[in-house]
Design a protein around this ligand. Structure first.
Ligand code: ADP
Length: 395
């Protein structure tokens, strides 16, 4: 079967066409600047990129251009969109009620809409993507895979905040966790690739622009570092991660800002960008550090320290750890970050093998043979995970 996987942001739309039998990605692409002007970068596997500058007033227009590119006689990969069997959508937040992957119907769309205030940047875009695909490919099944599904397996004592219970009952205020598709995929891959027992205790470090850590036993979530929204947990590109909530009130009072403005500051102007003052991109911060920028060095160390602190906490949460897996932009590409994070973990018997760690973007064990914990690099593949879930739903 051919599955189109769609991941919409407010002004962007990423897609992959995946053959579910071979699990080969046949084409991928990105629509950018939707609602501004519009640019599509399309690439069939093994061929050069094909760029189209064309107006994209909305996500429906973007999807129509994607369809055109996919069937283009020269740059396409299918003869007709009839060959697409289903569309799988990444959706950020399903709230407390939509907890597993499912086929889209009116109720699903209504709930995604009800969750706009839980995922203000992503949920509206995700819904636009679904409606755009329904319009462009009438009658094709659309499936949704929620970023929150993995975290829904957490026990009550791990997901509840210690605030009056009525806010959970009334509004679903709890820890949900995000990057769920990635944590599910990587924890399961780590068990398979590492030859671990099926109920292995695995910590996954998804370290990218957005970053989170999870603890899982046999792939089932015990804890994960993001919360009601993706703001909680690690230091990220532009997000602060954990802060004392009193910081919000204090800055609001001092600067004459309201809560929304301070939350915007914590989401978009903090993290590596805010602390270093250089950039949200880890490579830029690393370059600034190498030029002697003190705050860039502090930001990198703070990021790595926070990851190590979570690994320690999650080892306690599971009363042990069999494997630690690194993934996403930084986790897959930055051997120094992996090594430095692991340098906090020698008390667990973690030993990194420098030669094995000198690797990017492939499945590999990077710990020494006598390391007490297997440390691995496992590239994430959220699109493939979404395609698998979509196939399971339509079969
Ligand atoms: P997201 O999907 O959350 O936008 P990614 O997982 O793509 O993020 O990660 C992007 C981050 O990965 C960027 O900050 C980038 O600097 C970082 N990154 C990519 N390659 C490297 C590298 N070789 N060394 C350090 N950081 C890297």
């Amino acid at each position: 079967m051919k599955i189109l996987v769609v991941n919409c942001g407010s002004s962007s739309l990423k897609y992959q066409l995946i053959d579910s039998e071979t699990e080969v990605m046949e084409a991928k692409g990105l629509c950018e600047r939707i609602g501004i002007d519009g640019r599509l970068t399309h690439q069939v596997t093994g061929k050069d990129k094909y760029v189209v500058e064309a107006p994209m007033p909305d996500h429906t227009a973007a999807i129509e251009l994607v369809m055109k590119a996919l069937v283009d006689p020269e740059h396409g990969v299918i003869a007709s969109t009839d060959e697409i069997d289903a569309i799988g959508h990444r959706v950020l937040h399903g709230g407390p009620t939509l907890t597993t992957p499912m086929l889209v119907d009116q109720h699903v769309k209504d709930v995604i809409r009800e969750c706009f205030d839980l995922g203000p940047l992503h949920n509206p875009a995700n819904l636009m993507g679904i409606e755009a695909c329904e319009a462009a490919m009438p009658g094709k099944p659309n499936a949704v895979v929620f970023d929150t599904t993995f975290g829904m397996a957490m026990p009550e004592s791990h997901y509840l905040y210690a605030i009056p219970y009525k806010y959970y009952e009334k509004y679903g205020v709890r820890r949900y966790g995000f990057h769920g598709t990635s944590h599910t995929f990587v924890s399961q891959e780590a068990i398979k690739f590492g030859g671990l027992k099926p109920d292995a205790k695995v910590i996954v470090c998804h370290l990218g622009n957005g970053a989170s850590v999870s603890a899982s036993i046999g792939g089932k979530c015990v804890d994960t570092s993001m919360g009601l929204t993706p703001l909680e947990g690690l230091i990220m590109g532009t997000r602060s991660g954990d802060v004392d909530p009193a910081v919000v009130q204090y800055i609001a009072n001092k600067e004459g800002m309201d809560v929304n403005e301070v939350l915007n500051l914590l989401n978009k102007k903090s993290g590596m960008l805010g602390l270093s003052g250089v950039s949200s991109d880890f490579r830029d911060v690393e370059a600034a550090k190498n030029e002697g920028n003190h705050l860039a060095a502090v930001a990198l160390e703070a990021f790595r320290y926070r990851v190590a602190k979570y690994i320690g906490a999650y080892t306690a949460a599971m009363n042990g750890v069999d494997a630690i897996a690194f993934t996403a932009g930084v986790g897959e590409n930055d051997k120094v970050a992996r090594k430095e994070i692991c340098s906090y973990l020698t008390y667990l018997g973690v030993k990194i093998d420098d030669e094995r760690n000198d690797v990017r973007g492939v499945n590999r064990v990077i710990s020494a043979d006598d390391s007490a914990v297997k440390v691995m690099l496992i590239p994430t593949n959220e699109e493939l995970a979404i395609a698998r879930e979509t196939v399971a739903l339509i079969k």
